[in-house]
Design a protein around this ligand. Structure first.
Ligand SMILES: [Fe+2]
Length: 405
């Protein structure tokens, strides 16, 4: 049973966040598909409410649906195999007014059940919604600029940066968490310790400037969010184009990050190395909950996450995010690619009400990302949280540090 009024407030905030997102686009664009591998935007408008409603139904808390076939139509997103893109037409989807009427009906029904809903279910609704607030931002980012509007951002200026390697002594890293301690998704359980031999890691995320140099020397293809105009490189931002900010972290695929790592004769960190660098300390056995000295009540004060901005900031612009070893922005300003294939931890059990949440992706075709992007809610910022994407998926706000083993 739900006992925490704070959870209801969190759900209201999450709803406000996703409601606000849809105000940035021209309603006619809802039937566009800015990312070929994802649904048309109208799907996400219906999906957020349908997911919550379907969760309620699964735990036996439901009355009749406002539109029963929408419960199924809007139930699941897609992640097609390479070469198997969806080919539905705009006319295959309901009208905006129908979706809006469904959403109002579903939300009011859910609100009646909420006071008696299990906390676990409400947490899932909140976190699922925040996750979509981020993935919908990728979709919005790829929408025709003429069909969206929002605040423009002036890039921060920082001191020139000195990339360096920082030594991290051997130690253990605790991955995952124990059941019962706090809410987590099925793939976060159970907690287990992993020994990590000593290694070194770059102090900063790899920048656009570093990647540009690599491109110029090797002829490698540019990252997805870059384009060239009259010989000059630009970063395609959320609501504006910027002359390529050389001090921003490079948003790129794992394949591109790996090619860059080989060029530098370095490597991507494993998930365990990420944990050791981000949460480990110089005292053996002592680990932090977040890289920086934190207050759990308001982690959003540190770094570029929790919807702090639409675009990244320079890699050296948030010294207060540094880990105990002095490595910056391991959480915030872009997810961190790891070389670890997304797979279950020992003792994994699929979520009873969402069994495919993780298990559908244990296919050796997805890799773990850690940390947070500018569009990741503070709700999702916890040590055990794992994100995963295909290694060639170019739309995610993903960055990287490199290691020397
Ligand atoms: Fe979803």
């Amino acid at each position: 049973m739900m006992e925490s009024p704070g959870l209801l407030a969190h759900l209201s905030e999450a709803r406000a966040e996703t409601d606000r997102l849809f105000t940035h686009l021209d309603p006619a664009a809802l039937y566009d598909r800015p990312i070929a591998e994802r649904h048309r935007m109208i799907f996400y408008l219906g999906h957020l409410e349908a997911f919550d409603w379907n969760q309620m139904k699964l735990i036996g808390m439901s009355s009749s649906s406002p539109v029963a076939q929408f419960d199924n139509l809007f139930a699941f997103g897609i992640d097609p195999e390479p070469g198997q893109l969806p080919h539905d037409q705009p006319s295959d989807w309901p009208r905006l007014s129908e979706v809006e009427r469904y959403n109002v009906g579903v939300r009011s029904r859910i609100d009646r059940f909420l006071p008696n809903a299990p906390e676990e279910s409400v947490q899932m609704m909140i976190e699922h919604r925040h996750m979509h607030a981020e993935t919908f931002a990728y979709i919005l980012h790829n929408l025709d600029p003429l069909k969206k509007s929002g605040p423009t951002e002036q890039p921060l200026l920082t001191a020139p940066l000195q990339q360096q390697m920082i030594q991290i002594p051997a130690g253990t890293a605790t991955l995952g968490m124990d059941a019962g301690s706090q809410f987590g998704w099925d793939n976060e359980f159970q907690a287990h310790e992993v020994p990590v031999p000593r290694f070194a890691m770059t102090r900063y995320k790899i920048t656009n400037g570093e990647f540009l140099e690599f491109m110029q020397l090797t002829g490698a293809a540019p990252p997805h969010y870059w384009f060239q105009r009259e010989g000059a490189w630009f970063y395609r931002g959320m609501f504006e184009d910027l002359p390529l900010p050389l001090s921003f972290p490079v948003y790129c695929t794992l394949d591109q990050a790996s090619a860059y790592a080989r060029f530098r004769k370095l490597a991507l960190p494993t998930e365990a190395q990420f944990h050791r660098a981000a949460f480990g300390t110089k005292n053996q056995g002592e680990e932090r909950a977040l890289p920086w000295h934190h207050t759990q009540s308001n982690p959003g004060q540190q770094g570029n996450f929790d919807y702090a901005a639409w675009n990244p900031i320079p890699v050296n612009a948030s010294p207060d995010t540094e880990s105990a070893f002095g490595i910056a922005q391991l959480v915030g300003n872009g997810w961190e690619w790891t070389s670890t294939v997304f797979a279950p931890f020992p003792g994994f059990a699929p979520s009873p009400t969402y069994p495919g949440y993780s298990a559908n992706f244990f296919d050796n075709a997805h890799y773990v990302l850690k940390g947070a992007s500018p569009r990741t809610s503070a709700t999702l910022v916890r040590r055990s949280l794992r994100n995963w994407f295909r290694p060639d998926y170019p739309y995610v706000y993903a960055t990287f540090h490199l290691v020397q083993n």
